[in-house]
Design a binder for this molecule. Structure first.
Ligand SMILES: Nc1ncnc2c1ncn2[C@@H]1O[C@H](COP(=O)(O)OP(=O)(O)OP(=O)(O)O)[C@@H](O)[C@H]1O
Ligand SMILES: [Mg+2]
Length: 257
């Protein structure tokens, strides 16, 4: 399974990506989570302590790897395929609850350009990565629609488009949904998040219906998630959390696809 999680800023992409990766790891899937957001924070959600988060070397700073992808010297290398084991061994860091994490990285200083080479590496990784039945790759995308233009997640088999019930986030979700369809992604699912009541659920349902989007799952608003994050703790291990439990249900549904 190769799954990308996208949506407007702040809708809950990182929570969904992190909790899904955690769910698959608990199910004994060999799991890779890719933080493809140039403002990365998936590591914290996956339970990496803050001091260690700061030590993670992102792909954008892995010069040899970037050169492999972009330099003429080694062109062609990315025609080969990777196994999940290769990627885990060569590029990822371990996190406390069994998920292997890859961080794409960030723009280092003002005016230093874009994350294009690192994006290209992630795109190539996703393209050539062969994922077996008991393996899962979950990508936490950059907010908005820009990454679709770069085709970073073109080679996933499932795109989850997360939205809350605010019309602005649903409008962005619609745009992402359409672009993902144009890119030929096989399964595209709308996922509602932070649903606090029936009215919010209904408004997402109606929006999906009116715009030919497949509403796959609704995740409730959960105070406990917010509280954990306010303390700088991972919410993933909280078995009472309605949101985390709901994302596990989402994981089960994805396994049945
Ligand atoms: N179901 C939920 N219930 C309550 N709070 C939630 C829920 N989902 C996410 N949040 C909170 O909303 C905030 C944004 O979530 P998150 O960081 O996952 O969003 P994001 O889409 O990844 O944001 P960004 O675009 O900045 O990367 C966080 O404080 C998170 O704890
Ligand atoms: Mg995020």
């Amino acid at each position: 399974m190769k799954i990308a999680v996208s949506g407007k800023g702040g809708v809950g992409k990182t929570l969904v990506a992190g909790a899904l990766a955690y769910f698959f790891a608990k199910k004994k899937f060999k799991t890779i989570a890719i933080d493809a957001d140039p403002s990365p924070n998936l590591a914290l959600t996956l339970g990496v302590p803050l001091e260690q988060v700061r030590e993670i070397v992102p792909i954008s700073e892995n010069k040899p790897l970037i050169e492999l992808k972009t330099g003429t010297k080694f062109s062609g290398v990315y025609q080969l395929s990777f196994t999940v084991d290769d990627v885990v061994r060569d590029f990822s860091v371990e996190t406390p609850y069994g998920v292997n994490l890859i961080v794409m990285g960030t723009v280092k200083s003002m005016g230093s350009g874009c994350t294009c080479p690192a994006n290209a590496v992630i795109r190539a990784l996703l393209r050539h990565l062969i994922v077996e039945r008991d393996e899962a790759v979950v990508v936490d995308m950059e907010a908005g629609i820009e990454h679709l233009g770069r085709g970073t997640a073109k080679h996933v088999d499932t795109m989850l488009v997360v939205a809350d019930s605010v019309v602005k986030s649903l409008e962005i979700a619609k745009r992402i949904y359409e672009l993902a369809e144009d890119a030929g992604i096989k399964q595209i699912f709308l996922v509602g998040n932070k649903i606090a009541n029936e009215v919010e659920g209904d408004s997402i349902r109606k929006f999906a219906e009116n715009n030919d989007m497949l509403l796959f799952h609704l995740i409730p608003f959960d105070e406990q998630v917010l509280r954990a994050e306010t303390r700088g703790e991972t919410p993933l291990r909280n078995e009472q959390s309605k949101a985390i439990r709901s994302i596990a249900e989402l994981g089960k549904k994805l396994m049945q696809q």
